[in-house]
Write a protein that binds this ligand. Structure first.
Ligand SMILES: O=C(CO)[C@@H](O)[C@H](O)COP(=O)(O)O
Length: 218
């Protein structure tokens, strides 16, 4: 299991002043930024496009963890990779060739991962474990920030962590949705090493302490 990393979610930032809010992420000592891309089809909301990522790229050295919540991600991975994403994650639920899209990501030279929704079984990511840098288990139904953490998802992270160990792999396991300082230790105990937090990070009175609390979990 990797050392814990906090990835603040840009969804919870002020969308009219993203560059300034990213400085809050940097000032807290974070090294990652989670960027949610929504298409209004796979999820009932809209967020950012490749241009947003391209405009942010020269303004920060944060590792851009771009989560594509798209019905047809294969048509957009190149644009986001060229815009400067460091890592791109794609959902397994929509109808498209996930393996081929992971191949596209490899050719584009970015880190790559697969994502499952709360009600999608862990077995859905099993075929891809040897290829990915990260598996993201959503702890809320994707589409909106500020929802309640679904603790039963941790049974899946524990299963995925078992596969990671038995196969001798070193991909990261990430959770996203309702993550806070209270539930992060529970996640850690179930194999999680990457913690996305939107509301809990941006609303925190001491963001630096919030980061330290996550990134010093055993
Ligand atoms: O992908 C999503 C929501 O779909 C998340 O990344 C949220 O941005 C997390 O926000 P909080 O639940 O931490 O407020």
């Amino acid at each position: 299991m990797g050392s814990p990393i906090l990835a603040p979610s840009m969804l919870a930032a002020d969308h009219t002043r993203l560059a300034e809010d990213i400085k809050l992420v940097e000032a807290a000592g974070c090294t990652w930024l989670h960027v949610d891309i929504m298409d209004g089809h796979f999820v009932p909301n809209l967020t950012f496009g490749p241009q947003t990522v391209a405009d942010l790229r020269p303004k920060t050295e944060l590792f851009l963890d771009v989560h594509l919540m798209l019905a047809q991600p294969q048509h957009f991975v190149e644009a986001f990779a060229k815009a400067g994403a460091d890592q791109i994650t794609i959902h397994v639920e929509p109808s498209y060739d996930v393996g081929a899209c992971l191949d596209q990501l490899k050719d584009l030279g970015v880190k790559r991962g697969v994502v499952i929704n709360p009600r999608t079984p862990a077995e859905a990511v099993e075929p891809y474990l040897r290829e990915v840098d990260i598996v993201l288990a959503m702890t809320v139904q994707p589409g909106f920030g500020g929802q309640s953490f679904q603790q039963d998802v941790l049974e899946k992270t524990a299963q995925i962590a078992k596969w990671r160990e038995s196969l001798g792999l070193d991909f990261r396991i990430e959770v996203d949705g309702g993550v806070n300082a209270e539930n992060a230790p529970l996640c850690r105990a179930k194999g999680v090493d990457t913690f996305v937090a939107g509301t809990a990070f941006f609303k925190s009175e001491d963001r630096s302490l919030f980061r330290k609390n996550i990134e010093t979990l055993d």
